[in-house]
Design a protein around this ligand. Sequence first.
Ligand code: ASP
Ligand code: MG
Length: 407
Amino acid sequence: MKFGGTSVATIERIKNVAQHVKREIEAGYDVAVVVSAMSGKTNELVGWCKEAAPLHDPREYDAVVASGEQVTTGLLAIALQAIGIKARSWQGWQVPFETDDAHGSARIQKIDGTRMLESFARDREVAVVAGFQGIHAPSGRLTTLGRGGSDTSAVALAAALQAERCDIYTDVDGVYTTDPRIVSKARRLDRVAFEEMLEMASLGAKVLQVRSVELAMVHNVRTFVRSSFDNPAQPMPGTLICAEEDIMEQPVVTGIAYSKDEAQITLREVADKPGVAAAVFEPLAAASIVVDMIVQNVSADGATTDITFTVPSADYARAMDVIEKRKAEIGYKLVQSAQEVAKISAIGVGMRSHAGVAAKAFKALAERGINIRAITTSEIKFSVLIDVAYTELAVRTLHSLYGLDAA
Ligand code: ASP
Ligand code: MG
C-alpha cells in the first residue's frame, strides 16, 4: 500500500490510513505501507534549501528533503500500534533501497527485502516504509528519487517483495478518461494497460510518477490507483493498471491527455541535405533539452525545407539560445516560435489494430475551426499541437468523438 501526501496530511488522516491498513491485515495479508511526506512538507523543505543557498550541495539537499518521509513513517507506526497492530518504521537506508548517486533524482538499483519478509513471517509486523528515500551504498549517503518518487518506491518494493498487488492510495478514486476538471463527463476507468498509463503519465495526467509505471510494466506489478478518502470499511476498487492481455474489452481510444507546457520552434529555409537534422538536434541534446514533436517538410524546390519541433516551456529560452548561436552551422533563414501552444493526445492500445483513428480527429477539430500546427503519432497514440486557447474545446471534442463521455 502507498499513501501520498494528502492522505497523510494530518494526524487525523494518518489515523484513517491506519484503518485502511488494518482492513488488509484482517483480510490475511502481510502489509508493507509506503508513505510520502505530509502534503506541502517537501515543498517547504526544498524552499528552505534554496533560501539557505541558491546553489547548494545536492547531497545535503537530499539529507533535508528526505526528512519529511521519516516523520510520517514514525507517525503511522505509532497510529497502527495504538489500534493494536504490530508495526515498525523503515527508512530507505534501513531496508535498504540502494540507488545510484544522482542526488535529487536517484535511480533504484537494488532492494533487499529479506529482513522485511522475515519480520512478516515472524510476527506479521506491518512495515511502514519511507518513500522517496534511498542510499548510495559506496558513499553511504542518503539519496532521494525525484519529486513524486514515493510512487516509484512503492512499485519497486512491491516487485522486490513479489507482492500480490500494489495499491496506490491518493486523493482521486482512480484514473480517468481525461481531466475531470475540464470534461465533466470524464469517466473513471476500471482498467488501463501499462503502456497506456505510461503515455498518460508522461503526457500530463499527473496521477503517478512516470518511472513507477515503467517499473510496474517491467516487473508486471498489478497496480491499483484508489482513493484514501473512501470509508476504510467499504473501499472502492479504483483503477487497475495491468498487462494489455488482462483487459477483455479494449476500446480504440482509452483516454485524452493534454499538456500546456510546450513551446514550438520553427526553422525556415533550412538546407535540404544530409546532416542538417543532426546539426539542429545534437546541440539541443547536448544541452539536455528533450525535444518532443519533430516535423520536417518535404522540400518543394529541392534546395530548402522547414523544420518544426517542440520543447518543454521551461527549456524554451535555452533552446532558442542554442538555435540562434548555431545559426551559421545549421544554415536557416529565419526562426519563428510560439509559446501559447498545447499538445492534445489520444491514447489507446486499440489503435494498433484500427485504421483511421487519427483521421477522424483531424476532421472533428477542423469542423470546430481548430488549426493543427503539428502532428505526431506512435503505435498507441497520436498528438496534435494547437493554440492553447482551444485546449478545453479540443479535449472535449475528442473525448466525445471516441465515445468516452459518461452517460
Ligand atoms: N514527498 C516527495 C515529493 O513531494 C515524494 C512523494 O510525495 O512522492 O515529491
Ligand atoms: Mg504523487
